[in-house]
Write a protein that binds this ligand. Structure first.
Ligand SMILES: [Zn+2]
Length: 125
């Protein structure tokens, strides 16, 4: 597949250059390069971008439950059980969203040749 959509390929944890090679060797750890097309995976770094988006999406999805639970006047054991379920959902959602979001941001960085700002063109006064 030539020139795949970097967002869709990333969400499937596939290489954004060929759309077929796997991005990760294990959970959240990139391979050195693509097995199919040889794309170097050391040229980009997503840093904490995926964690921000995963946390933000989880907050939006689960915040209503965190607010509604104390207002429901449930017995204590049901309130505690409710909080445990919401906390488990919070961790589960974050951990499930991290690989596809990391793959997507990584593929977008490679596609758009994103890199740190370089200021060597700015002359000294
Ligand atoms: Zn590839």
């Amino acid at each position: 597949m030539a020139n795949p959509n970097p967002v869709l390929a990333g969400l499937r944890s596939r290489c954004g250059t060929c759309g077929e090679g796997k991005l990760f060797s294990r959970y959240l750890v990139f391979k050195d390069n693509c097995d199919v097309c040889g794309q170097d995976f050391s040229v980009a770094d997503t840093a904490d971008g995926p964690a921000f988006f995963a946390g933000f999406a989880t907050l939006i999805l689960l915040a209503p439950f965190y607010f509604m639970l104390p207002m429901m006047e449930l017995p204590l054991w049901q309130t505690i059980l409710g909080y445990l379920m919401i906390i488990a959902a919070t961790f589960g959602l974050c951990l499930a969203m991290l690989p596809p979001l990391k793959g997507m941001l990584f593929n977008l960085q490679i596609r758009h040749k994103a890199e740190e700002a370089k200021f060597e063109d700015i002359g000294s006064p």
